[in-house]
Each structure stands twice: as structure tokens, then as C-alpha cells.
Design a protein around this ligand. Sequence first.
Ligand code: XMP
Length: 319
Amino acid sequence: TWRIASLIERQVEAVRELVGRNRVICGLSGGVDSSVTAALLAKAFGTQLSCIFVDNGLLRKGERDNVEEEFTGHFKTDLHVVDARQRFLDALSGVSDPQEKRKIIGRVFIEVFQEEAASIPDAHFLAQGTLYPDVIESGANPDGPAATIKFHHNVGGLPERLGFELIEPLRDLFKDEVRKMGAELGLPDKLIWRHPFPGPGLAVRCLGEITEPRLDTLREADAILIEELHKADLYRDVQQAFAVLLPLQTVGVMGDARTYEDVIAIRSVNTEDFMTADWSRLPYDFLQRVSTRIINSVRGVNRVVYDISSKPPSTIEWE
Ligand code: XMP
């Protein structure tokens, strides 16, 4: 870890020199890369760092609280949590096409982020957690599109358009080095090993129309799956696991009564690079526990199914 510690020192020096007394903005997503970026910059700048976290209402359970705890409680940054839940819901109202959802979420995200960034005076720099593999993905031009892929997968060229100078303190690093750096900076294990989560969030796991009650159902079911994975010490054995809410009802029976309620699908994959993936051979008794808990405690769900498709030809997400 001495190597990581000295890497952190060097980066801290370098960004301090670059930024001087200016204010730096860092967009936080709740994921590993943006969190490590923010933690590094918090070490360099303290409250001279303004973090922006957009609550789009499409987050997993507890995500916003965790970010607040980490970046105001632990790291004392100037954290701006923007509650844009209603705005996203309104924009998504009546939309069920997946690509349409992505477009809308990307557009509203830019608007909200831009408004918040504009309210922070004297900020010239925008930091983002681009890693080395993201730089390579961009192909010939390392300052091209990939620089912004990370920021929000569906948004291109954002920092430039907003008139910021970009800082990417992780751009020479691979994921495992970023995780080590996060640990060295004092980020909790749970965050460092967090599964990837798509920019459009629960919107692409809530198949069909997005409504607040449907998002709540999905969020509760997903939280149970994730909690059980941690409890069974299986979370780190799979690379991505989540719940999906299907756009249909099926018949069930409860006591003497017939029910006609929602279906939750569980998706869990093992993968090296997310380009190909295999479905996780999770133990039957684990799946049994998850199913029972979801059906017993999530209102309006009477059936749980497990996705046994590999990528390709299926994708990891359902939308
Ligand atoms: P698929 O579903 O294409 O997913 O097999 C591969 C990986 O990409 C993530 N993913 C997204 N990430 N915006 C993102 O930021 C998106 O629109 C998006 N779609 C898929 C997915 O979660 C998986 O890790």
C-alpha cells in the first residue's frame, strides 16, 4: 500500500498545483469511481470541493443517505444534493420505451446538473472519475468522447459544454488500483466493492411505465436481494445483481383469496468485463430466502423468478 499512498500524495500535489485557490466541482453518482475521485479531491481541497449529487428518484434504497453520510459526515465537502425526483418523474410520465427513457434521463440530468453548477460561484474545474480503460475505449483521441462517457453514460461533452476545465485524477489507473486507493482514503468496503449501476438507474429495471409506487416496489425488492447477498457473503462472488419489476401481473393465492399482482425477476451475473456474462449459480436455498422475503414483505408482489440467460444473446439489463 505504500505505492498507493504515494500515488495519492502525488495526485494531491498535482491537483493542488493545477487548481490553486479555485473551486472544484465533482459530480457524484454513488459509484466507486466518482466516490474515489471525490475522496481524493476532498483530501486535497476539503470544503474547497463542491460535490453535486442529483437525486433523480431512480436510485437504489439508501443511496442518497450513504452519499450524504460519506461526503458531509466523513469527508467534509461542500455537498449539494439536488432533489430532482419530481422533475424526472414528470419527464418520464407515460414513457415506456427504453431508449426514450435513457434520452429523457440524460437530458434532464444535464439540465439539473447545469443549474446546480451555475449556482456555485468561482468554480472553474470539473472533476470526473475516468479510468484508464475508459480512456482506451475512446480509441484514437484520448481527450475525445470517452472523457465524458464516465460522467454519465448517455451524455457526451458535458464539462466542455458547461465551460469547465476537466480534471481526471484516476485516468492512469485500473479498477483494482482505484479500489485500493479508495480503501487507503478511508472509504468503506461496501462502497469500494459496489456493483456497477447504470446512469438511468431503476428506470431501465422498472419495465414499462415509471411511476413512484412501481419504483418503490422495485427498490424494496432490490434492497432485499442486496442485503441477503451481503448476509450470505455472496455479494463479492457476483459482479452485478439486481431486481427487475416486470410490466405484468400474475395470479397467486393468499389465504382463501386469489391475488393478481406484480412479478419480480432477479438478475445476477458473473463476468470479467461486462461484455459477456454468465448467470450466477446462486445456491437454491439463497434464492428461496430472497423469494420468500420479497413475496412476504413487498406489497403487491406475488411471484419471483430467476433469470438464467447468458450474455450474449441476452444483455445484463432487461432494457
Ligand atoms: P448490458 O445490459 O448492455 O449492460 O449487458 C452492460 C453493463 O452496462 C451497464 N449499462 C448501462 N450503464 N447507462 C449506464 O451508465 C446505460 O444506459 C446502461 N445500460 C447498461 C449495465 O448495468 C452493465 O453493467
